[in-house]
Design a binder for this molecule. Structure first.
Ligand code: NDP
Ligand code: DGY
Length: 328
């Protein structure tokens, strides 16, 4: 009797929508990390050993420590993210490991979450909810400025990183009758900024002029710790910082001090260092800091679309085709 052909082996750091997984399971032997939390580093290193393909997310660092024990048969890594800062791309190139990611399909969901953070911080929604649940509503009309927020209309919006998501946020906020949209980055992007009338400025000019500073850049060596003590000092005392990029762009101790001392008005963060943010983080003690658990791309539509891309990318490489959305 002839031996059945061996199915390629895939290890996934997390469970994914059923439809995509079923498509993968028809053609591959798939092992999914089953824990409630992310796998520990050792669990992932053990799981990756001998695999043909890995499915990772931004919590899984892809480096020599992972690629060495995974073995030379590893052909493809698909990350459940557009961000690639957790992956040593040069090393993957060197080892001939293909890398796929999930651009475009998550732009809308992430931009909507960015706008939600702008609105929630501007109108102090978390404080409002706490006040209602805490039974303070009713006594507080004594203070005419109780829970007074900030309007988006007429404000200056500053986007750090006018890429796909930064542009999608800018377009949505333009509908709020803002006075100006500024952006900064390593290069001007007139093809994106001209149609919406956004102005390219230096980082410092953006900090000095913006009422809302929205961080939507990809992370690289040029922007780790970009928002430090000096940056917060340059911002308006009423300014609101929103970060949907990555936690490392912001020095969190400096942010805490800036929020506590009133150097800036408020912050809305979808990303932090580390993740999950420990409940003991001083940031969580501040009424003017709102934190969501890295959910900007988490809508049903987007998570399904990301899963489809992850599966497309894995199958493409295993079947000898080009990645659908290559990281390089
Ligand atoms: P793009 O590649 O389209 O855009 C990245 C942008 O970052 C570019 O415009 C680039 O501009 C800019 N950039 C890079 N370095 C700097 C810098 N030093 N200062 C200012 N801008 C900079 O990526 P996307 O828009 O698709 O995604 C952006 C990032 O958002 C992802 O890499 C990821 O980290 C994060 N993200 C977070 C999600 C969440 O759930 N919170 C969901 C999805 C994405 P230039 O090259 O001109 O500098
Ligand atoms: C991304 O796509 O980079 C997000 O951070 C994770 O979904």
């Amino acid at each position: 009797m002839s031996e059945l052909p061996k199915l390629p082996k895939v290890y996934a750091a997390m469970s994914m929508p059923l439809e995509g997984m079923n498509r993968l399971r028809k053609l591959c032997q798939v092992t999914v990390y089953e824990g409630n939390q992310d796998p520990t580093r050792q669990e992932f290193l053990d799981g990756a050993r001998g695999m043909d393909a890995l499915i990772v997310d931004p919590q899984v660092t892809v480096d020599k420590e992972l690629l060495d024990p995974a073995g030379p048969q590893l052909k493809v890594i698909a990350t459940y993210s557009v961000g690639l800062d957790h992956i040593d791309i040069d090393l993957c190139k060197e080892r001939g490991v293909k890398v796929g990611h999930t651009p475009n399909v998550l732009t809308t969901a992430t931009a909507e979450a960015g706008v939600a953070l702008v609105l929630a911080t501007a109108r102090r929604i978390e404080e409002c909810i706490r006040a209602v649940k805490g039974g303070v509503w009713g006594t507080a009309w004594d203070n005419a400025m109780w829970l007074a927020g900030k309007e988006i209309a007429g404000s200056v919006i500053g986007i750090v990183g006018l890429g796909r998501i930064g542009l999608a946020i800018a377009k949505r906020l333009a509908g709020f009758e803002v006075s100006k949209i500024l952006y900064t980055g390593r290069n001007p992007r007139p093809e994106s900024s001209d149609p919406i009338g956004a102005q390219f400025v230096t980082f410092d000019q953006l900090l000095e002029q913006s009422d809302f500073v929205i961080v939507a850049c990809s992370v690289n060596d040029s922007n780790k710790g970009l928002f430090d003590e000096a940056a917060f000092k340059k911002m308006k005392r009423t300014a609101i910082l929103v970060n949907i990029s990555r936690g490392v762009v912001v020095d969190q101790d400096a942010l805490y001090n800036a929020l506590k001392s009133g150097e800036i008005g408020a912050a809305g963060l979808d990303v932090t260092t580390p993740e999950p943010l420990p409940t003991s983080s001083p940031l969580l003690t501040l009424p003017n800091c709102l934190v969501t658990p890295h959910i900007a791309s988490c809508t049903v539509t987007t998570l399904n679309a990301m899963c489809e891309l992850v599966v497309d990318n894995i199958l493409a490489v295993l079947e000898g085709r080009f990645l659908k959305t290559p990281a390089f």
